[in-house]
Write a protein of this length. Structure first.
Length: 284
């Protein structure tokens, strides 16, 4: 990949903005809707972009893969805010608060469809299949928390299991999408992505419990209100969630020793994008 970091992010943002409402009857009110569909930290998309710079991905396929990841994440947020009664998202009123719950759910569905349409243009059936598998994991973890949580163990293993599937899955896909044609590398990146996404969810758990709502760009305290098992439940126990987060982050990078260039880009991504965000979450 030959795009530099600044250029690729601008191109990515432009591509997503263009594709979000493509072929939609809502194009006439695009300017009204886009502020509620804006980009956030783009951690998952940035992971794909950074890895793609060290593999044989073409610029076009790398950007489309990264855009897909970001659009799927956006769709999940539109749904999550309705489910969790979240009032604030990315520093603005949540979409459902302004446009209604039904509109938010339908918009999430539409954005998800647009994401699948985009990744189909890459022409890699393994990518499509993996995306479907990862989304199934996300939905399964969320349904588990809603329907059978009381029947499951309230231990650290279960906390990790939910975090891995609920948030690790999309990070895993973002990493996998950056692998290019190297199948062994793709397998390693999938697992590294799971580790990184699990670490991110654990850190987000701590932010939700201990963060300052006055300065947060989203609604906090939702996990406690819904009595969900999270990393925050283990503060003061034999488990140190912060240490576990950093252990998972190191483990993710160590899996890539066989591919020096890719491991180097992974380390750059973690240092520049991922670690500052996670450190901020842990400090609250």
């Amino acid at each position: 990949m030959v795009l530099d970091g600044t250029t690729e992010v601008k191109v990515l943002e432009s591509l997503i903005s263009k594709e979000l409402l493509k072929d939609s009857s809502l194009i006439s009110i695009k300017d009204e809707l886009i502020p509620f569909l804006g980009m956030g930290k783009m951690l998952r998309a940035q992971l794909t972009l950074r890895l793609g710079s060290a593999t044989d991905l073409s610029d076009e396929d790398c950007l489309k893969s990264a855009a897909t990841v970001e659009m799927v994440h956006l769709a999940s947020l539109l749904h999550d805010d309705v489910i969790d009664n979240g009032l604030v998202r990315r520093g603005k009123a949540a979409f459902w608060k302004e446009k209604g719950s039904t509109s938010a759910i339908l918009m999430g569905d539409y954005v998800l469809c647009r994401a699948f349409s985009m990744i189909s243009e890459v022409g890699n059936m393994a990518l499509m299949s993996t995306l479907i598998d990862m989304l199934q994991e996300v939905c399964n973890a969320e349904l588990e928390q809603e329907l059978i949580a009381e029947d499951l163990p309230c231990d650290w293993g279960q906390c990790l299991n939910v975090a891995r599937r609920k948030t690790g899955s999309l990070f895993a896909y973002a990493a996998y999408a950056g692998a290019g044609t190297d199948k062994r590398l793709a397998t390693a990146l999938l697992e590294s992505g799971f580790d990184l996404g699990t670490a991110y969810q654990l850190a987000d758990d701590l932010l939700d419990a201990n963060g300052d709502s006055a300065v947060s760009d989203k609604t906090l305290g939702q996990d406690a209100r819904q009595n969900k098992l999270t990393a925050a439940d283990f503060i003061g126990s034999d488990i140190d969630p912060a240490k576990e987060i950093y252990r998972l982050t190191r483990q993710a990078e160590s899996r890539l020793q066989e591919w020096g260039d890719v491991q180097g880009k992974w380390a750059e991504y973690v240092g520049e994008f991922f670690q500052p965000v996670v450190d901020g979450f842990i400090r609250g």
